[in-house]
Design a protein around this ligand. Sequence first.
Ligand code: IPE
Ligand code: IPE
Ligand code: MG
Length: 245
Amino acid sequence: MSDSSVSNNIEINRDQLPNHVAVIMDGNGRWAKNRNLIRTNGHTEGLKRAKEIAKAASDLGLKFITFYVFSTENWKRTKEEVGFLMNLIHTYLLSEFAFCKENGIRVKLLGDRTGLPKNVQEDLNKIEKDTESFTDKLTICLAINYGGRNEIIRGIKKLIANGIDPETITEESISESFDVPELPDVDLLIRTGGEKRLSNFLMWHSAYAELLFKDTLWPDYHKEEFYSDIAEFQKRTRRFGAVPQ
Ligand code: IPE
Ligand code: IPE
Ligand code: MG
């Protein structure tokens, strides 16, 4: 494979891909409002973009991509909107993401599954089981009923329940207590929808992430913009606290 390749006229160096891209898919409601549609129409359109970007990530050869689907704070929305979102996941997850099983892509849930409706838990269990052996290509993490603080609390509870000696706690042992223990640090975090905040997403894993805040509303975010965001990431200088030679 050549060092650099062109994806839709955007030059991307395949040897310097971010290992883990995290995406906050924000702006569905405003996208719908701008079109005089109801908010939930924005979520339906947003699902299509999630699929498009997941395929683009796979085509590019990324190893990990995490999508923020539903936060622990999103339960504060109306009963109708929450119900619509859970139903959208239940209705489309297995069919729209069938390409994962066919293309050797692993799917994992990030978040507290016990708080999700039974049918959504069953869908997630099925897609995880069907794809669990696919460890050498892309892993798609779906953050559903996910909160960064909640994940840290659940992880610490697990460590304590396993009788960990406080003296042996390391960054690695904490990372390994999380929902997807092998999930690496986030290299690139993209948030669409114009807000410049993390909204409780991957707080531990994003400690040294490059942040990219885009004004594009999620349903307008297509693969060309994703590729250009990867190219933008490749122009950043990452120092991790050191002074470059
Ligand atoms: C993101 O879009 C999707 C979810 C949080 C489920 P929003 O629904 O937050 O859309 P805006 O931010 O209100 O436009
Ligand atoms: C973050 O978006 C959560 C998801 C995209 C799933 P929100 O719209 O919920 O975030 P806030 O409320 O603007 O912080
Ligand atoms: Mg929002």
